[in-house]
Design a protein. Structure first.
Length: 320
């Protein structure tokens, strides 16, 4: 008979997922007490949190439990590095129906552990609860290691806009899965399991990034956050963007716009930042520029090739 969460029980599940967890040097007290204790030598703690809800962010027929775990960890760890910080630890909240197989929860946990281990991040606690559908909540913590945080509000006229990581792959994978297909496999896997360029966040901070953002909602949408926070205009040069062959194949098969995948597709968790021209790190691609607002193009605006982009610019919850 299949073991379920109902038969395993809350404390049995907690014991299973915390057994053998590695503990980094920043962690003073890990799982097993009322709360964890993490050292903060820098005196500042970078914190972010995200939710994954079944049916909204993932489907069991599209993604394995392991994929969901990797994705849940990745989207939080990417936010930490986008501040120029080093991820140190995270806590996990998990809600699920009592009849969910225990094996699914353990596979999810392994995905969380494996993604965290890429950055030597410790899982230091969390909570479990019965719910009508699967919900995964991750809160991640990071250290600035003495550096100033890289905010969205620091872009300056004259800066160049540069990006590192994949753009549009996860959105192309979503388009494929929506139509009941499983290929090209590369984009489907990108939707299931992002590959953020983790090392590039702290590297960009050291290089002198004036602003930075994790591309989770779409390039134009996330650049809009920078433009609004910095009160500048950002122009993206479409010819500087790479539209990979798998994206072109999906666009041709579905009637979509391949460039649209790159401009508006989220969940690849690339990093986009602004830099003085001499500070752009090797490996980053310059895709645009920062300018002052004016009567025709007010501050807070993002344009493509000097003109407004009329399609939806990216994902936003609660948008009608």
């Amino acid at each position: 008979m299949t073991e379920t969460l109902g038969s395993t029980g809350e404390f049995g599940l907690i014991a299973a997922v915390t057994r053998g967890l590695a503990r980094g040097e920043d962690v003073l007290v890990g799982p097993g007490d009322d709360a964890a204790v993490v050292a903060v030598p820098d005196g500042r703690l970078v914190i972010t949190t995200d939710l994954l809800v079944e049916g909204r962010h993932f489907r069991q027929d599209w993604s394995s439990a392991y994929d969901v775990g990797r994705k849940a960890a990745a989207q939080n760890l990417s936010d930490i590095v986008a501040m120029g910080a080093r991820p140190t630890s995270m806590v996990v909240g998990f809600g699920a129906p009592a009849d969910l197989p225990t094996a699914w929860a353990l596979e999810l946990n392994q995905g969380l552990v494996d993604e965290a281990e890429l950055l030597e991040v410790s899982i230091i606690g969390g909570d479990t609860v019965q719910s009508d559908k699967i919900v995964v909540s991750v809160t991640a913590f990071g250290s600035l290691d003495g550096r100033a945080p890289v905010l969205r509000s620091g872009a300056r006229p004259g800066d160049e806009v540069a990006v590192v990581g994949r753009l549009g792959w996860a959105e192309a994978g979503y388009a494929v899965l929506q139509r009941g297909f499983r290929s090209p496999r590369s984009v489907v896997e990108a939707h299931r399991r992002p590959q953020p360029p983790y090392a590039e966040g702290p590297r960009a901070a050291i290089a002198g990034a004036s602003s930075m953002c994790d591309v989770s909602d779409g390039l134009l949408s996330d650049l809009g956050h920078i433009a609004e926070a910095s009160q500048v205009v950002i122009d993206v040069r479409s010819r500087a963007l790479t539209v990979a062959e798998p994206l072109q194949a999906v666009a041709a098969a579905t009637g979509a716009d391949a460039l649209g995948f790159v401009l508006t597709g989220g969940e690849d968790h690339a990093l986009v930042g602004t830099f003085e021209p001499a500070d752009v790190p090797d490996g980053w691609t310059v895709i645009g520029a920062v300018a002052e607002g004016n009567e025709n193009v007010p501050a807070g605006t993002v344009t493509v090739d000097g003109a407004a982009y009329t399609a939806v610019s990216g994902h936003a919850h609660f948008r009608s």
